[in-house]
Design a protein around this ligand. Structure first.
Ligand code: WT7
Length: 650
């Protein structure tokens, strides 16, 4: 049962707020009635080298085209670093908390400026030019942010690949965006375990050469653990050596508002991952504005987003949003359960964190270890608790609210996507009363709508597919190198509307409740995995003839990956093959794509036209055998009986 109680706005949020309920209502109304005027006013939160006179030029149908602040010029790095120097040179930008709790350091805006300038000069010295794509494969250390900002400073386009992806995945992404410059570290450390980043990069370069006939020119390596790793002369360069040779000053390249800022790969329901492209002006404005309003951020507060910079959350809410607002943020290298599952709250006390932003999966993981790990830490500094990545179940919400937040902190459940650049449906502290499990209401400029399968817009309380009716500045502009795929994926389901891929319910108070993906995307621990991607990895194994992958409920991860595989005729399936397949998927995609369960299937349920009936496979994985729905179009009903019999035995 969902809890429909309205939790009143906590006093702490009312005392603090920059936007109370009336102001939110007024601003929201203005933003949707007069987007031009609203964004003309709000563009001034950024520093422009050339102030835009054009504001909104967007089209969701006909030729789909999204342009904001088109004739403006700015630099994202300038807005995140340089413009703060005069007043805030000594303000702390980052507090680094290592995986090892004894490792801590602080980086002021003045320090950040010289680190980023040097980094940018290293890139320039090694031939990186405006518009080049630079790939990052990094641990969660401050240098990852320096690298991103250095790219932005000189107009290079960064493509960050999460450190949990495999060499195969890196190679595919290098090829897709034709990137020949990689920034990495010798190793990463998470939960006292090392991750062989440089070795993975070496292997990726090998694969790139063999399978894609492409070369990488340079690998810039940061010594993080000082492990001894093989170096390729002429190709590999050492950050610490290069640092000695460059200047601590580097000018910011003026960029057009619509020049690309970064590419970030994300999974879709079909094919290989898409390179989501974000541009400079609109994205930065969106990251900046949403960071300030959603977290009600005020200068001097300590803010901590636990995401990794390999995901959009890290881009928008560790790097671009907070830095553009001159915030002080914690950068955390570790994991929630090391040295123990009280680590979050230990760090909260240690650095006196006021604002804490994490994922429901992390909340569930620490929740199960017991309240004492929370209550033994004071947490008195906390004022606001945020979540992102997947629907939060009311049980976890209540635990976060009552146990972690002692019922005095504002909760913000923020719904958004890699594609949206920043938060879209979210409470605003001090403005929005809460309901556990609801992302509540749209932020400024966002016009959500719910549609039925026929494309009719549903009014009032209703359930349907979630679309957004008009553009907002933080919207992705295209799929890198494949605009047709962008149009197909987001604008072809419902003509003239941006389709999110999510199902959603709106209640009688106008609150939105995201119900999860309606396409073939699985949300594993708040990370997107395309079923097609995992399936093609599985069938690439020489013993496997066919595979079908679905999501199923998982206590901690939200959704787990359930794989049905059909072996080649001469193969006797057994437990050894199961673990071999799990390992195989880890190498093909990465640990985050590891199947949680594999079921051998002599055949897969298909329609007479050969389409796999995933709906049935989902039900079997959920052990919901009584409710398989219409099975009349099945080519061979005995296959389903067989799958059920095997599942029942487990
Ligand atoms: C998908 C986007 C946004 C950054 C992290 C994930 C799901 C995200 C919520 C939320 C319910 C959520 C949606 C969305 N999602 N936040 N607060 N409540 N669902 O970014 O990898 O692009 O995934 O995550 O299904 O479509 P992403």
């Amino acid at each position: 049962m969902t809890d429909t109680t309205l939790y009143p706005v906590p006093q702490s949020a009312l005392d603090h707020t920059l936007c109370d309920h009336d102001r939110y209502m007024k601003m929201y109304a203005q933003s949707v009635e007069d987007p031009e005027g609203f964004w003309r006013d709000h563009k001034d939160r950024l520093d422009w080298f050339k102030v835009p006179t054009k504001i909104k030029d967007t089209n969701f149908s006909g030729p789909v085209s999204i342009r904001w602040f088109d004739d403006g010029q700015l630099n994202a790095c300038y807005n995140c670093v340089d413009r703060h120097l005069e007043t805030d040179r000594d303000t702390v930008a980052f507090i680094f908390e290592g995986d090892d709790p004894s490792v801590t350091s602080t980086i002021t805006y003045g320090d950040l400026h010289s680190h980023v300038c040097r980094f940018a000069n290293i890139l320039l010295k090694n031939g990186v030019k405006k518009g080049d794509r630079v790939t990052l494969y990094m641990p969660m250390i401050p240098e990852a942010s320096y690298a991103m900002l250095a790219c932005a400073r000189i107009g290079a386009v960064h493509s960050v690949i999460f450190g949990g992806f495999s060499s195969e995945a890196i190679a595919g992404r290098l090829d897709d965006c034709q990137s020949d410059f990689i920034i990495t570290a010798d190793e990463g450390i998470r939960g006292a375990k090392t991750i062989p980043l440089k070795a993975n990069v070496d292997k990726a370069i090998q694969i790139l050469k063999e399978s894609y006939k492409q070369e990488v020119k340079k690998v810039l390596m940061i010594a993080h653990t000082n492990a001894s790793v093989p170096l390729t002369s002429g190709r590999d360069i050492l950050y610490h050596e290069e640092l000695e040779t460059v200047d601590a000053d580097c000018p910011c390249t003026p960029m057009n508002a619509e020049d690309p800022l970064f590419i970030l790969y994300t999974s879709g329901s079909t094919g290989k991952p898409k390179g989501v492209l974000h541009t400079t002006g609109g994205y930065l404005l969106w990251a900046s504005l949403t960071h300030e309003y959603v977290f009600d951020y005020k200068k001097g507060e300590i803010y901590w987003c636990t995401a990794d910079v390999g995901w959009i959350t890290g881009h928008s809410y560790i790097v671009y949003g907070p830095l553009s607002n001159c915030a002080t943020s914690v950068i955390f290298e570790g994991v929630p359960n090391y040295p123990d599952s009280g680590r979050f709250w230990e760090v909260v006390d240690k650095h006196q964190v006021n604002i804490f932003y994490t994922a429901p999966t992390a909340i569930r993981a620490v929740m199960k270890e017991g309240d004492h790990l929370v209550t033994q830490h004071s947490r008195a500094s906390l004022r606001l608790l945020g979540t992102v990545g997947e629907p939060i179940n009311p049980e976890a919400w209540n635990w976060y609210y009552s146990v972690v937040g002692d019922k005095r902190c504002q909760i913000v459940d923020t719904w958004w996507q890699t594609e949206t650049g920043g938060a879209m449906i979210t409470p605003l502290p001090g403005a929005t009363a809460l309901k556990p499990g609801s992302a509540t209401r749209p932020i400024f400029g966002i016009k959500p709508a719910l549609l039925d399968a026929e494309g009719t817009i549903l009014e009032g309380a209703a359930s349907g597919n979630l679309v957004i009716l008009d553009s907002w500045p933080g919207q992705m502009r295209t799929v890198y190198g494949d605009h047709e795929r962008f149009v197909q994926t987001y604008f072809s389901t419902y003509d003239g509307m941006y389709f999110t891929g999510d199902g959603c319910r709106r209640d009688e108070d106008g609150y939105y409740w995201i119900t999860g993906r309606v396409d073939d995307v699985i949300n594993v621990s708040g990370h997107r995995m395309g079923t097609a991607e995992v399936e093609s990895a599985l069938v690439a194994h020489h013993h496997i003839a066919e595979a079908a992958v679905v999501g199923f409920p998982h206590d901690i991860k939200g959704q787990g990956i359930y794989a049905y595989v059909t072996c080649n005729a001469d193969i006797e399936p057994d437990e050894t093959l199961k673990s071999e397949l799990t390992k195989w998927v880890r190498t093909e995609i990465g640990p985050i794509a590891s199947p949680d369960a594999i079921q051998f299937a002599p055949g897969l349920p298909k329609t007479r036209s050969g389409k796999i009936m995933r709906r049935i496979l989902r039900k079997i994985a959920e052990k919901d055998f009584s409710n398989l729905g219409d099975t009349s179009t099945l080519a061979d009903p005995s296959i389903v009986e067989d799958l059920i019999a095997t599942r029942q035995k487990e």
